[in-house]
Write a protein that binds this ligand. Structure first.
Ligand code: SDX
Length: 365
């Protein structure tokens, strides 16, 4: 009788060349390069690395970035699709809907050749920011803005969202956020994209599977939950009691814990430094101090006292950063998706290149 592992915990489902995680020592590498090095590159370089397997040289990066920038614009059909959305939904629901509309208009839709998939990849990576920003503006009564091809991926997103060019620190932090969240081995949403790709369904359908999976609060939806949690805490003294009450009521603290990391998520350490930098630049450290007090209380109560490896994950301090950036909580998961779409695509291309239908068994009881 084969043992059933609930949630496929620690089950090795496949081999990948794309990333490596050491959960015991808190190590993350994309294509062999450590996340602490990758985070200092442009997002376009990291996307290129994930899709093609090596970092681009200067010419390759310029060509790749130009292709992405040239594809940022979404047509009037997609703007119209956004205008018909219910504006009470999360941006993730709008993104999922509009990506579906995008697929209807793409002549490459059902062409799974590598070249067609690269063409679709460029459209997906470059248009996610445009779709999310356009939804946010239309929902708030503004007209969507045309993308600015002079701006980086992160800067252009913030420009299209807020209507003004972001300053240097904010731009750097947005780029780093997209890099930190771009890829993470076989997390739930990546696994769902691979399952869809393994049926030889099209790349749009695989990405839409990923969007639906990422939305959940146990996964990418945690960022929104962290932002909402921070709204409930008025001071760092309140933070301590807030966490104690959650623990007392056996409720999970959002932004903490991880299926793989049993120590600090290396991304969280980077996010924490970025949150501190942003707080100090804005001369408003209250929110950061509340977050740090939440972290210290969780570490003291769960790690030190109860020996549970519940550390901050990638969604805790990123939630703090999003609040400092003035992002609405209902945008949080879609901003996560803007970064993650490159990793999803890399995994789909890897699945298509050496495919076997993913179809486990269930034991009838
Ligand atoms: C992401 O997989 C990835 O790589 C995901 C991700 C990526 O880049 O794609 O890293 C992004 O999704 C990060 C995770 C975001 N989710 C959250 O922050 C939600 C809160 N975290 C938990 O729901 C939880 O930690 C999970 C879902 C992340 C992991 O859960 P597991 O591995 O299924 O573990 P579990 O729920 O069975 O918990 C084991 C124990 C339990 O206690 P006991 O029943 O054994 O006494 O740890 C406790 C849990 O109660 N626990 C927590 C906790 N997380 C786990 N207790 C308090 N607060 C928490 N956050």
């Amino acid at each position: 009788m084969v043992e059933i592992i609930k949630g496929l915990q620690d089950v090795i489902a496949l081999e990948t060349h794309i990333s490596y995680i050491d959960g015991e020592n808190g190590i993350l590498r994309y294509r062999g390069i450590d996340i602490n090095d990758l985070v200092n590159l442009p997002y376009d370089s990291v996307s290129y690395l994930l899709l093609k397997g090596s970092l681009p040289d200067v010419t390759e990066l310029a060509t790749f970035s130009k292709k992405l920038k040239d594809e940022r614009v979404i047509n009037e059909n997609l703007i119209q699709a956004i205008r018909t959305c219910n504006f009470n939904i999360e941006a993730m629901d709008a993104l999922r809907t509009v990506v579906s509309h995008m697929s209807h208009c793409d002549p490459d839709l059902n062409d799974n050749s590598h070249d067609a998939n690269i063409r679709k990849s460029t459209k997906l990576i470059s248009r996610f920011p445009t779709i999310v920003a356009s939804f946010s503006r239309i929902k708030n009564g503004y007209e969507p803005l045309m993308p600015d091809t002079n701006l980086s991926h992160g800067a252009n997103f913030l420009y299209m969202l807020n209507g003004e060019k972001p300053e240097k620190t904010v731009t750097e932090i947005m780029e780093k956020d997209f890099i930190l969240i771009a890829e993470h081995e076989l997390n739930a949403s990546t696994f769902s994209t691979r399952i869809t790709a393994s049926t030889l369904s099209d790349l749009y359908s695989a990405i839409i599977s990923g969007l639906g999976t990422l939305k959940g609060p146990l996964h990418g939806g945690a960022r929104m939950a962290v932002m909402n949690m921070l709204d409930e805490v008025d001071s760092s003294d309140d933070a301590e009691q807030y966490v104690m009450d959650l623990i007392e009521n056996h409720q999970k603290i959002m932004g903490f814990g991880h299926r793989v990391y049993k120590t600090y998520d290396p991304r969280s350490n980077i996010y924490k430094g970025l949150a501190k930098k942003l707080a100090e630049e804005k001369s408003d450290t209250t929110l950061y101090e509340i977050a740090e007090r939440i972290e210290n209380t969780v570490i003291r109560e769960l790690v030190e006292k109860r020996n549970k490896p519940i550390y901050p994950n990638a969604d805790f301090y990123s939630g703090v950063i999003y609040k400092y950036l003035g992002l609405h909580p209902k945008l949080a998961t879609s901003v996560f998706a803007i970064g993650r779409v490159s990793g999803w695509i890399a995994h789909c291309l890897e699945q298509y290149s050496d495919n076997k239908l993913i179809r486990p068994r269930a034991r009838s009881v």
